[in-house]
Design a protein around this ligand. Sequence first.
Ligand SMILES: CC(=O)Nc1cnc2ccccc2c1
Length: 445
Amino acid sequence: CVSSSSTLTHGGDSSTSTSSDGALGVVDLNPPRGTRDFPPEEMRLRTWLFDNFREVSRTMAFEEVDFPVLESEALFIRKAGEEITQQLYNFEDKGGRRVVLRPEITPSLARLVIKQGKSVSLPLKWFTIGQCWRYERMTRGRRREHYQWNMDIFGMPKVRAEAELIQAIVLLFERLGITSSDVGIRLSSRKVLQAVLNMYSIPEHLFTQVCVIVDKLGKLSREEIEKELISTGLSSEAVQGIIEVLSLKSLSRLEEVLGSDVEAVADLKKLFSFAEQYGYADWICFDASVVRGLAYYTGVVFEAFDRKGELRAICGGGRYDRLLSTFGSEDVPACGFGFGDAVIVELLKEKGLLPDLSRQIDDIVFPLDEELEGPASSVASSLRKKGRSVDLAEDKRLKWVFKHAERINASRLILVGKSEWERGMVRVKILSTREEFEVKACDLE
Ligand SMILES: CC(=O)Nc1cnc2ccccc2c1
């Protein structure tokens, strides 16, 4: 229904269309619930953000990888009660296979590392930017898809991997104009919780479940957390002990409580000393309550947050040294983070840091009458071969072309007229200075 005046002839967001039997149907123009279209303006913002993700990945010497959005459901079946595995966008395909639209990237990375097996040399530093899905009952009106930038290091057992990943996060924030007074990175280690569970001789198999529960600190009330912990079989004394340790905000206090030979303390002290060397110490702070909600983390965990505390975590990640063995392979130490495309944009809007991303092209080539359309095409083609972005404006009036040039921020207007062309010339108008001159068509660049 888009007419030649190039505006929709109908108002509103529905268009009329006739289906094959001629019945008048109304096609819903919105994408499926919880999903987004990216018209040009939104797409320019997304491309700008993703180009920043890529540029940081390049400076960190990470290699880009990619996977299908569709994955076997088996990759995501975990029993720890995580929100992400209870909202799988799963279905049975026509071959009767149980598949999902992936809810996260890490299991696919692990699958590929295992598949590549001996043919890859460790450490591996891989990144990807991919769409992830969840199927939420739309009661909360939240999105069902978002894009995540993932950075992961395989085969680096020591906290230097975490230090590298945190540098990547800080570099990204700095590229976007965000400072350490806007955003902080809270970090801790799941080995803190492990040490506490050992103190109360709580069996190992409860560790993952307890992590997923205490990750809700801050979202659920303390009473609800205590109730959920008790229901896993913990004694109320153990529950109090856990909550007390998780409220620690200083590494030296932690050392007093756990002792200095605990691995968690050694790892974190090492990480803080790395932070000084990398130059991002003022971005990070220890916070024992950080556990992250994914079942497979085993060590250091971290998340970036806006210091005004209004938004959800901007990004998050951690070490997962035991994930590969859950897929039947030898374990490879691994560490990574996911950085979503939604919270960061809200933060940039709030800080007034969104860049001006209006359209911009180099040249508009315009034939002054119909018989010059051929010559105009050859002028446009030679400019494009030289890498200029050229909009060939045809069958319009000159008045429209000037307005169009303004609208798309063209640098030059190149007019192909009969008398000039007969002399091998075209007229060039520099739109910023209004200066106008003739130039030989073959000298144009
Ligand atoms: C703020 C936002 O859109 N979050 C979001 C949206 N979709 C998702 C889909 C899968 C996993 C996590 C997701 C997270």
